[in-house]
Ligand binder design. Sequence first.
Ligand code: NAP
Length: 313
Amino acid sequence: MRLLVSRAQTARVSAILRDEFEAEFRDKDAPMTVAEARAALADYDALLPTLGDAFGAAAFTGPIRAKLLANFGVGVNHIDLAAARAAGIAVTNTPGAVTDATADIAMTLLLMSARRASEGERLLRAGEWTGWAPTQMLGAHVTGKRLGIIGMGRIGQAVARRAHYGFGMEIAYTTRSPQNLPFAPPPLPLHDLLAWADFVVLAVPATAETRNMIGAAELAAMRPHAHLINVARGDVVDEAALIAALEAGQIGGAGLDVYAKEPLVPEALRCLNNVTLLPHLGTATEEVRDAMGMMAVENLRAFRHGKALPNPV
Ligand code: NAP
Protein backbone atom coordinates (compact mmCIF):
# COMPACT_ATOMS: atom_id res chain seq x y z
CA MET A 1 0.00 0.00 0.00
CA ARG A 2 1.41 3.39 -1.01
CA LEU A 3 0.50 6.19 1.43
CA LEU A 4 1.21 9.89 1.03
CA VAL A 5 1.01 12.16 4.08
CA SER A 6 0.48 15.77 3.00
CA ARG A 7 2.09 17.55 5.99
CA ALA A 8 4.46 16.89 8.85
CA GLN A 9 2.84 15.12 11.82
CA THR A 10 3.73 14.88 15.51
CA ALA A 11 6.71 12.63 16.34
CA ARG A 12 4.47 9.83 17.65
CA VAL A 13 2.14 9.81 14.64
CA SER A 14 5.02 10.15 12.15
CA ALA A 15 6.77 7.12 13.68
CA ILE A 16 3.63 4.98 13.40
CA LEU A 17 2.96 6.08 9.83
CA ARG A 18 6.55 5.28 8.84
CA ASP A 19 6.74 1.95 10.70
CA GLU A 20 3.34 0.54 9.81
CA PHE A 21 2.71 2.03 6.38
CA GLU A 22 6.13 3.03 5.06
CA ALA A 23 4.44 6.35 4.44
CA GLU A 24 5.95 9.03 2.24
CA PHE A 25 5.73 12.58 3.60
CA ARG A 26 5.51 15.73 1.52
CA ASP A 27 8.33 17.98 2.65
CA LYS A 28 6.23 21.20 2.61
CA ASP A 29 3.86 22.71 5.13
CA ALA A 30 1.95 24.60 2.42
CA PRO A 31 -1.34 23.06 1.19
CA MET A 32 -1.25 20.69 -1.80
CA THR A 33 -2.02 22.37 -5.12
CA VAL A 34 -4.61 20.93 -7.53
CA ALA A 35 -1.78 19.49 -9.65
CA GLU A 36 -0.23 17.80 -6.61
CA ALA A 37 -3.60 16.45 -5.47
CA ARG A 38 -4.34 15.06 -8.95
CA ALA A 39 -0.90 13.42 -9.17
CA ALA A 40 -1.24 11.95 -5.66
CA LEU A 41 -4.64 10.43 -6.49
CA ALA A 42 -3.02 8.74 -9.49
CA ASP A 43 0.10 7.51 -7.65
CA TYR A 44 -0.98 6.43 -4.14
CA ASP A 45 -3.47 3.95 -2.67
CA ALA A 46 -4.28 6.15 0.28
CA LEU A 47 -3.65 9.74 1.25
CA LEU A 48 -3.60 11.54 4.58
CA PRO A 49 -4.55 15.09 3.54
CA THR A 50 -5.58 18.03 5.66
CA LEU A 51 -7.01 21.56 5.73
CA GLY A 52 -6.52 23.52 2.53
CA ASP A 53 -5.21 20.65 0.38
CA ALA A 54 -6.85 21.19 -3.02
CA PHE A 55 -9.09 18.13 -3.37
CA GLY A 56 -11.83 20.07 -5.17
CA ALA A 57 -13.58 18.62 -8.24
CA ALA A 58 -10.59 19.43 -10.51
CA ALA A 59 -8.34 17.06 -8.54
CA PHE A 60 -10.47 14.04 -9.51
CA THR A 61 -10.28 14.51 -13.30
CA GLY A 62 -7.22 12.33 -14.04
CA PRO A 63 -6.46 8.62 -13.59
CA ILE A 64 -7.30 7.42 -10.07
CA ARG A 65 -5.46 4.81 -8.03
CA ALA A 66 -6.41 6.06 -4.55
CA LYS A 67 -9.20 4.42 -2.58
CA LEU A 68 -9.05 6.44 0.67
CA LEU A 69 -8.62 10.03 1.81
CA ALA A 70 -8.02 9.69 5.57
CA ASN A 71 -8.41 13.37 6.35
CA PHE A 72 -6.59 14.88 9.33
CA GLY A 73 -9.26 17.17 10.84
CA VAL A 74 -13.03 17.16 11.18
CA GLY A 75 -13.69 19.83 8.51
CA VAL A 76 -13.65 18.38 4.99
CA ASN A 77 -14.66 21.45 2.99
CA HIS A 78 -11.38 21.23 1.02
CA ILE A 79 -12.54 17.89 -0.43
CA ASP A 80 -15.28 17.60 -3.05
CA LEU A 81 -17.10 14.71 -1.40
CA ALA A 82 -19.36 14.02 -4.38
CA ALA A 83 -16.37 13.88 -6.76
CA ALA A 84 -14.51 11.57 -4.36
CA ARG A 85 -17.55 9.29 -4.10
CA ALA A 86 -17.97 9.22 -7.88
CA ALA A 87 -14.29 8.23 -8.20
CA GLY A 88 -14.81 5.36 -5.73
CA ILE A 89 -12.74 6.99 -2.98
CA ALA A 90 -13.81 6.81 0.66
CA VAL A 91 -13.26 9.84 2.90
CA THR A 92 -12.78 9.70 6.66
CA ASN A 93 -12.18 12.46 9.23
CA THR A 94 -11.24 12.91 12.90
CA PRO A 95 -14.34 14.01 14.82
CA GLY A 96 -14.35 14.20 18.61
CA ALA A 97 -10.58 14.53 18.97
CA VAL A 98 -10.87 18.21 18.08
CA THR A 99 -13.92 19.14 20.15
CA ASP A 100 -12.59 20.31 23.53
CA ALA A 101 -9.56 22.15 22.18
CA THR A 102 -11.69 24.04 19.64
CA ALA A 103 -14.28 24.90 22.29
CA ASP A 104 -11.41 26.20 24.46
CA ILE A 105 -10.30 28.48 21.61
CA ALA A 106 -13.89 29.71 21.17
CA MET A 107 -13.96 30.69 24.86
CA THR A 108 -10.47 32.23 24.54
CA LEU A 109 -11.69 34.40 21.65
CA LEU A 110 -14.94 35.25 23.40
CA LEU A 111 -13.10 36.44 26.51
CA MET A 112 -10.35 38.20 24.57
CA SER A 113 -12.86 40.03 22.38
CA ALA A 114 -15.11 40.97 25.31
CA ARG A 115 -12.25 42.18 27.51
CA ARG A 116 -10.18 43.81 24.73
CA ALA A 117 -7.24 41.57 25.62
CA SER A 118 -5.37 41.84 22.28
CA GLU A 119 -5.82 45.59 22.19
CA GLY A 120 -4.59 45.91 25.78
CA GLU A 121 -1.54 43.76 25.13
CA ARG A 122 -0.67 45.77 22.02
CA LEU A 123 -0.96 48.98 24.03
CA LEU A 124 1.29 47.65 26.79
CA ARG A 125 3.92 46.26 24.38
CA ALA A 126 3.98 49.61 22.58
CA GLY A 127 4.95 51.25 25.88
CA GLU A 128 1.73 53.29 25.86
CA TRP A 129 0.20 52.06 29.13
CA THR A 130 -0.06 54.98 31.51
CA GLY A 131 -1.31 52.98 34.50
CA TRP A 132 -4.58 51.69 35.97
CA ALA A 133 -7.56 54.04 35.85
CA PRO A 134 -11.24 53.51 36.69
CA THR A 135 -12.36 54.08 33.10
CA GLN A 136 -9.39 52.58 31.28
CA MET A 137 -10.17 50.12 28.45
CA LEU A 138 -13.63 49.14 29.60
CA GLY A 139 -14.82 45.98 27.90
CA ALA A 140 -17.94 43.80 27.96
CA HIS A 141 -18.84 41.74 31.04
CA VAL A 142 -19.19 38.03 30.18
CA THR A 143 -20.59 36.29 33.27
CA GLY A 144 -24.35 35.83 33.09
CA LYS A 145 -24.69 37.19 29.54
CA ARG A 146 -26.53 35.59 26.61
CA LEU A 147 -24.64 33.26 24.29
CA GLY A 148 -26.14 32.31 20.92
CA ILE A 149 -24.58 29.26 19.27
CA ILE A 150 -24.95 28.61 15.57
CA GLY A 151 -24.46 24.87 14.92
CA MET A 152 -25.12 22.86 18.10
CA GLY A 153 -22.98 19.84 17.22
CA ARG A 154 -19.99 18.51 19.15
CA ILE A 155 -18.09 21.82 19.32
CA GLY A 156 -21.23 23.94 19.80
CA GLN A 157 -22.28 21.80 22.78
CA ALA A 158 -18.78 21.87 24.30
CA VAL A 159 -18.80 25.69 24.07
CA ALA A 160 -22.30 25.81 25.56
CA ARG A 161 -21.26 23.64 28.55
CA ARG A 162 -18.21 25.81 29.25
CA ALA A 163 -20.18 29.04 28.95
CA HIS A 164 -23.21 27.87 30.93
CA TYR A 165 -21.59 25.91 33.75
CA GLY A 166 -18.38 27.97 33.90
CA PHE A 167 -19.62 31.50 33.23
CA GLY A 168 -23.32 31.30 34.14
CA MET A 169 -24.29 32.30 30.61
CA GLU A 170 -27.77 31.85 29.19
CA ILE A 171 -27.62 29.63 26.12
CA ALA A 172 -29.75 29.66 22.98
CA TYR A 173 -28.95 28.16 19.61
CA THR A 174 -29.89 27.54 16.03
CA THR A 175 -29.02 24.29 14.31
CA ARG A 176 -30.26 21.83 11.71
CA SER A 177 -30.92 18.91 14.06
CA PRO A 178 -32.51 20.08 17.34
CA GLN A 179 -30.88 18.68 20.50
CA ASN A 180 -32.45 17.90 23.84
CA LEU A 181 -30.16 19.94 26.08
CA PRO A 182 -30.64 20.52 29.82
CA PHE A 183 -29.11 24.01 29.58
CA ALA A 184 -30.88 25.39 26.49
CA PRO A 185 -34.44 25.88 25.22
CA PRO A 186 -35.42 24.55 21.75
CA PRO A 187 -33.59 26.15 18.79
CA LEU A 188 -34.47 29.65 17.58
CA PRO A 189 -34.59 30.88 13.98
CA LEU A 190 -31.23 32.46 13.04
CA HIS A 191 -32.35 36.10 13.04
CA ASP A 192 -34.17 35.74 16.37
CA LEU A 193 -31.01 34.28 17.88
CA LEU A 194 -28.88 37.12 16.51
CA ALA A 195 -31.26 39.76 17.90
CA TRP A 196 -31.20 38.06 21.36
CA ALA A 197 -27.52 37.28 21.93
CA ASP A 198 -24.73 39.29 23.55
CA PHE A 199 -22.20 36.84 22.07
CA VAL A 200 -22.58 34.65 18.99
CA VAL A 201 -20.37 31.61 18.36
CA LEU A 202 -20.24 29.96 14.95
CA ALA A 203 -19.72 26.18 15.03
CA VAL A 204 -21.23 24.92 11.76
CA PRO A 205 -19.33 23.05 9.05
CA ALA A 206 -18.49 24.90 5.83
CA THR A 207 -20.98 23.65 3.24
CA ALA A 208 -22.84 25.16 0.28
CA GLU A 209 -25.69 25.85 2.72
CA THR A 210 -23.58 27.64 5.36
CA ARG A 211 -21.46 29.68 2.93
CA ASN A 212 -21.75 33.38 3.91
CA MET A 213 -24.58 32.51 6.31
CA ILE A 214 -23.44 35.55 8.32
CA GLY A 215 -23.63 38.47 5.88
CA ALA A 216 -24.62 42.13 6.07
CA ALA A 217 -28.25 41.36 7.00
CA GLU A 218 -27.24 39.01 9.82
CA LEU A 219 -24.65 41.44 11.18
CA ALA A 220 -27.33 44.15 11.11
CA ALA A 221 -29.61 41.83 13.11
CA MET A 222 -27.02 41.53 15.90
CA ARG A 223 -27.22 43.77 18.95
CA PRO A 224 -24.85 46.78 18.66
CA HIS A 225 -22.76 45.61 21.62
CA ALA A 226 -22.66 41.91 20.58
CA HIS A 227 -19.50 40.03 19.65
CA LEU A 228 -19.20 37.47 16.84
CA ILE A 229 -16.84 34.53 17.40
CA ASN A 230 -15.91 32.28 14.49
CA VAL A 231 -14.13 28.96 15.13
CA ALA A 232 -15.91 27.20 12.23
CA ARG A 233 -14.56 28.11 8.80
CA GLY A 234 -13.88 31.47 7.15
CA ASP A 235 -16.39 31.05 4.35
CA VAL A 236 -19.29 30.87 6.82
CA VAL A 237 -18.90 34.66 7.24
CA ASP A 238 -18.98 37.27 4.48
CA GLU A 239 -15.59 38.75 5.42
CA ALA A 240 -16.14 42.05 3.55
CA ALA A 241 -19.47 42.56 5.33
CA LEU A 242 -17.82 41.79 8.68
CA ILE A 243 -15.04 44.31 8.03
CA ALA A 244 -17.64 46.95 7.11
CA ALA A 245 -19.63 46.20 10.30
CA LEU A 246 -16.51 46.39 12.48
CA GLU A 247 -15.29 49.59 10.80
CA ALA A 248 -18.68 51.20 11.35
CA GLY A 249 -18.79 50.02 14.98
CA GLN A 250 -22.08 48.29 14.13
CA ILE A 251 -21.28 45.36 16.46
CA GLY A 252 -19.21 45.25 19.65
CA GLY A 253 -16.37 43.21 18.22
CA ALA A 254 -15.31 39.90 16.72
CA GLY A 255 -12.96 37.05 17.53
CA LEU A 256 -11.73 35.00 14.59
CA ASP A 257 -9.74 31.78 14.35
CA VAL A 258 -10.52 31.18 10.67
CA TYR A 259 -10.53 33.25 7.48
CA ALA A 260 -12.02 33.09 3.99
CA LYS A 261 -8.67 32.78 2.16
CA GLU A 262 -6.22 31.43 4.74
CA PRO A 263 -3.46 32.31 5.37
CA LEU A 264 -4.45 35.65 3.84
CA VAL A 265 -6.00 37.93 6.43
CA PRO A 266 -7.20 41.20 4.89
CA GLU A 267 -5.16 44.28 5.83
CA ALA A 268 -8.43 46.03 6.74
CA LEU A 269 -9.08 43.38 9.38
CA ARG A 270 -5.53 43.51 10.74
CA CYS A 271 -5.82 47.31 11.18
CA LEU A 272 -8.92 47.11 13.39
CA ASN A 273 -8.72 47.17 17.17
CA ASN A 274 -12.18 45.68 17.75
CA VAL A 275 -11.28 42.28 16.31
CA THR A 276 -9.15 39.53 17.87
CA LEU A 277 -7.27 37.47 15.29
CA LEU A 278 -5.79 34.02 15.91
CA PRO A 279 -3.95 31.95 13.28
CA HIS A 280 -6.33 28.95 13.17
CA LEU A 281 -5.25 27.61 16.57
CA GLY A 282 -8.43 25.59 17.28
CA THR A 283 -6.77 22.18 17.66
CA ALA A 284 -3.17 23.31 18.09
CA THR A 285 -1.99 21.28 21.08
CA GLU A 286 0.40 18.32 20.98
CA GLU A 287 -2.13 15.94 22.59
CA VAL A 288 -4.92 16.90 20.21
CA ARG A 289 -2.77 16.71 17.08
CA ASP A 290 -1.58 13.29 18.32
CA ALA A 291 -5.17 12.18 18.87
CA MET A 292 -6.22 13.45 15.43
CA GLY A 293 -3.28 11.65 13.82
CA MET A 294 -4.14 8.44 15.67
CA MET A 295 -7.73 8.61 14.42
CA ALA A 296 -6.43 8.94 10.87
CA VAL A 297 -4.12 5.97 11.58
CA GLU A 298 -7.08 3.87 12.80
CA ASN A 299 -8.93 4.64 9.56
CA LEU A 300 -5.85 3.65 7.53
CA ARG A 301 -5.48 0.41 9.52
CA ALA A 302 -9.13 -0.48 8.93
CA PHE A 303 -8.75 0.31 5.23
CA ARG A 304 -5.68 -1.90 4.90
CA HIS A 305 -7.40 -4.82 6.63
CA GLY A 306 -10.64 -4.40 4.64
CA LYS A 307 -12.61 -3.56 7.80
CA ALA A 308 -15.39 -0.98 8.19
CA LEU A 309 -13.90 2.52 8.37
CA PRO A 310 -14.35 3.99 11.89
CA ASN A 311 -14.99 7.59 10.78
CA PRO A 312 -16.52 7.72 7.30
CA VAL A 313 -17.76 11.15 6.18
P1 NAP B 1 -20.66 18.61 14.11
O1 NAP B 1 -20.66 17.82 15.38
O2 NAP B 1 -21.06 17.95 12.84
O3 NAP B 1 -21.55 19.91 14.37
C1 NAP B 1 -21.94 20.79 13.37
C2 NAP B 1 -23.34 21.26 13.68
O4 NAP B 1 -23.75 22.23 12.72
C3 NAP B 1 -24.39 20.13 13.61
O5 NAP B 1 -25.27 20.26 14.69
C4 NAP B 1 -25.05 20.40 12.28
O6 NAP B 1 -26.36 19.88 12.19
C5 NAP B 1 -25.05 21.90 12.28
N1 NAP B 1 -25.32 22.43 10.94
C6 NAP B 1 -24.91 21.96 9.75
N2 NAP B 1 -25.38 22.72 8.75
C7 NAP B 1 -26.12 23.70 9.34
C8 NAP B 1 -26.88 24.79 8.84
N3 NAP B 1 -26.97 25.02 7.54
N4 NAP B 1 -27.52 25.58 9.72
C9 NAP B 1 -27.45 25.34 11.05
N5 NAP B 1 -26.75 24.32 11.58
C10 NAP B 1 -26.10 23.51 10.73
O7 NAP B 1 -19.21 19.22 13.83
P2 NAP B 1 -18.13 19.73 14.91
O8 NAP B 1 -17.19 18.64 15.25
O9 NAP B 1 -18.84 20.45 15.99
O10 NAP B 1 -17.30 20.75 13.98
C11 NAP B 1 -17.94 21.86 13.38
C12 NAP B 1 -16.99 22.56 12.42
O11 NAP B 1 -15.99 23.23 13.16
C13 NAP B 1 -16.19 21.63 11.51
O12 NAP B 1 -16.91 21.24 10.36
C14 NAP B 1 -14.95 22.44 11.18
O13 NAP B 1 -15.11 23.13 9.95
C15 NAP B 1 -14.86 23.43 12.32
N6 NAP B 1 -13.66 23.20 13.13
C16 NAP B 1 -12.76 24.21 13.28
C17 NAP B 1 -11.63 24.01 14.03
C18 NAP B 1 -10.62 25.10 14.23
O14 NAP B 1 -9.43 24.79 14.33
N7 NAP B 1 -11.01 26.35 14.32
C19 NAP B 1 -11.39 22.77 14.65
C20 NAP B 1 -12.32 21.77 14.49
C21 NAP B 1 -13.46 21.98 13.72
P3 NAP B 1 -26.59 18.37 11.59
O15 NAP B 1 -26.32 17.47 12.77
O16 NAP B 1 -28.00 18.37 11.14
O17 NAP B 1 -25.60 18.18 10.47
